[in-house]
Ligand binder design. Structure first.
Ligand SMILES: [Ca+2]
Length: 399
């Protein structure tokens, strides 16, 4: 009897028993020789949402949309990755003309216009912040800019300021990270990748490089004095944490701590609780391997390097993430909801004492790559699908 049939039978038996201990059925691991550092670090017990989900398509026709931000008047900002276009979309799904005035992007492959966030003082300043692959002499790099949004029938931005430039410039169309998260103290976390190519990968451990880092800046791009490496000679002062591979998912929890889901190599996606000054291990340690099957890591653990709270093998390919705190889905409160690209699912993680105690794959019947996951002011979940005809979806409880 093959593994899949056993899985189905186990699933059928377990569904009658709430005390199920079976993990989500995702197939065998790519790197079975690597074992978890603690119980529950991978393959948590499969859970099932009791609330029936209703998925509404608000809008479609976006070319590889990447991020959503909510305007105070119930409209959305939506970014389109390869075109570099930013749209204002009404709650009914009516799309504006592209917002004029954004700088050009390098929209090849994983590049382009990525995240967008309202500034912490948007109500008075109308400032928006966005991340993008900036075309440069000799390559590109992730940049973060801000400008004042002027809505209306001909929407535009004015006064563009680039507040952060990931350095060094490199020839790569991949792994620049790009999510933006404002903390309540108005500092801005920017999560960065290591550019995928080997000369970039090794810089994830190099504090003189922004590659493979989480950085923390003020809204004007200046460096907070309490960043961990401000007094270290040769270190980039924006760095908050290091040893990351490629982060496209970042969210604050109820205590306003930063969590990220990282794109690992084959078999090595990670959930990390990001702490000031800590080393998350890439490329020295991890749970995955090269796409060729060749080893990357000698070990999964090393002194002075953080363990992931959770890892996935096979990977989910995470992009977009929120810790749910709304009223529409009481059973999801305190859970992480993560967009799955390769896994074509919405991944739900039940958390207890900073550990994962349950996992679920939602919306698998839609078979869509999920790029963005945000919680609306109404408690609904809003998603973007990663497709040339990308959709803006709203998830609510079915009536
Ligand atoms: Ca790691």
């Amino acid at each position: 009897m093959n593994r899949m049939i056993i899985g189905v039978l186990v699933g059928a038996v377990m569904s009658a028993s709430p005390a199920s201990a079976a993990p989500v059925g995702t197939g065998p691991p790519n790197v079975p020789e690597f074992k978890p550092a603690f119980a529950g670090q991978t393959r948590a017990e499969a859970e099932t949402t009791r609330t029936k989900l209703n998925v509404t398509e608000i809008a479609s026709g976006f070319n590889k949309p990447w991020a959503i931000a909510f305007l105070p008047d119930n409209r959305f900002l939506v970014t389109e990755k390869p075109t570099g276009n930013l749209y204002i979309v009404t709650a009914e799904g009516v799309k504006s003309k592209p917002v004029a005035g954004l700088p050009p992007v390098d929209g090849r492959n994983q590049g382009g216009l990525l995240d967008v966030e309202l500034g912490p003082d948007f109500a008075t300043s109308r400032m928006i912040y966005w991340s993008y692959y900036e075309p440069r002499e000799g390559g590109n790099g992730l940049a973060v800019a801000r400008a004042k949004l002027i809505p209306g029938p001909e929407p535009k931005i004015t006064g563009v300021q680039v507040i952060f430039r990931m350095m060094p410039t490199l020839q790569s169309t991949m792994h620049a990270g790009g999510r933006l998260v404002f903390a309540p103290d108005k500092t801005l976390f920017v999560v960065l990748g290591e550019r995928s190519v080997l000369p970039g990968r090794i810089q994830a451990q190099d504090l003189a490089s922004h590659f493979g880092k989480v950085v923390r800046i003020r809204p004007d791009g200046s460096v907070p004095k309490d960043n961990p490496f401000v007094n270290r000679a040769g270190a980039k002062p924006e760095i908050w944490s290091y040893g990351h591979r490629n982060i496209l998912s970042a969210a604050l929890d109820a205590k306003n701590r930063l969590w990220v889901a990282e794109m690992g190599p084959q078999g090595g996606d990670e959930l990390n609780l990001v702490q000031k000054g800590k080393d998350y291990g890439w490329p020295t340690i991890g749970y995955g391997e090269e796409y060729s099957g060749k080893p990357i890591h000698k070990s999964t653990q090393a002194p002075g390097m953080e363990q992931p709270v959770y890892y996935w093998d096979p990977v989910i390919a995470p992009s977009g993430m929120v810790m749910y705190s709304g009223s529409l889905f009481p059973e999801w409160r305190g859970n992480f909801l993560i967009g799955g690209l390769a896994s074509t699912a919405l991944i739900r993680l039940e958390m207890l004492n900073d550990r994962v105690v349950g996992e679920e794959r939602l919306l698998t019947d839609r078979n869509e790559r999920i790029r963005e996951v945000v919680q609306g002011p109404d408690g609904a979940l809003y998603l973007l699908t990663d497709d040339a005809n990308g959709k803006l979806l709203k998830v609510t409880p079915a009536k």
